[in-house]
Write a protein that binds this ligand. Sequence first.
Ligand code: PMP
Length: 391
Amino acid sequence: MTRPLYLKLESELSRLRSCDNLRTLPEARFGYGDVTLPSGEKSLNLSSNDYLAIATDKELEAGFLSSLTDRDEPLMSAASSRLLTGESTAYRMLEALLSRLYGGRAAIVFSSGYHLNSGVLPAICDRDTLILSDKLVHASIIDGIRLSDATHKRFRHNDYDHLEKLLAEYASLFGSVVIVTESIFSMDGDRADLARLVELRRRYANVLLYIDEAHGVGVCGPGGLGVAEEEGLSGEIDMLVGTMGKALGSAGAYLICDDTVKQYLVNRARPFVFTTGLPPVTLMWSRFVMERLGGMTDRRERLAAVSARLRDGLAAIGCPTPSQSHIVPVIAGSCARSVELAGKLRQSGFYLLPIRPPTVPEGMARIRISLTAAVTEHQCDRLLEAIEDNL
Ligand code: PMP
């Protein structure tokens, strides 16, 4: 380990360690809803994105596995890019279902939300495009913006007056403007005002909306299709992103868009073209879940109820949270404080991890409580007590 590059890496790791910001892979074992710690103790998993408790639903899993009969396509691997021989009936059927659910618009499936967000914007945005993004968008969107040739400006988080000013000043200078935001923010759990965004889109003929519903799909809307569905606005969002590795308990991501955009991405989105397709078994599981999503209203209601209970409970113990959803952060401030609080809550039986920069801004390290439909009122109340004891 004496080569200059290795020495540089070692020194950066030491720096991260010294400011409580070193990440290491967890040693815990993640089971069906609970987590087994290295000590053998079990705790409640409040750090997954399995919002509807689908990934941990043994019955649903068994139902799917027993449906895998009469196969005439390999199940476990696509073995090449979709543009070669990785295309499968499973892809076609999943995209057809998504298209039907979203009112006949085109749907294109990517291998993950990261692939999608880092691939779509660079493919469709050129030098004559302006991207206006919310300051708190996810790293995968930031990477997509960085890889694109577009001019980029950020608006303050959920500050639509600021966005409106930027539009008034710059929209006419570019052929196209793409407004990029999330419907439910991954780390703050607050919501974008989609109606206001749609209203801005109507005022400018060259403005498009790109909305990442990674944390809205499954959870919001009468059919579980996201915040846009809940607000009756899906048809006015040019590009709507859904991910399948969170509430849907699977893997992959989809974009709902115009057919021209889909055809263009098949040609130009590098993370679509230059990667192996998803295993058919994953796509079939995604379809199995999507087909049942509309019928999961009870899970959505349970999740909404326990989320409101936690948010109200935090307010009652004087612990403010920006959350308006099932993602409920408790802001600790420094990295050291977030590490300490997460450790204490794990000791109390709640599997929570510190979220630190660069995932969140400096000085805003936190515990991100990620609720699921399987969390009971009693568990929620015990968690509140543990937070109050350790604040
Ligand atoms: N978008 C948002 C808003 C996210 O929070 C995430 C994952 N945390 C992604 C995209 C990436 O999705 P995936 O995990 O499928 O790569």
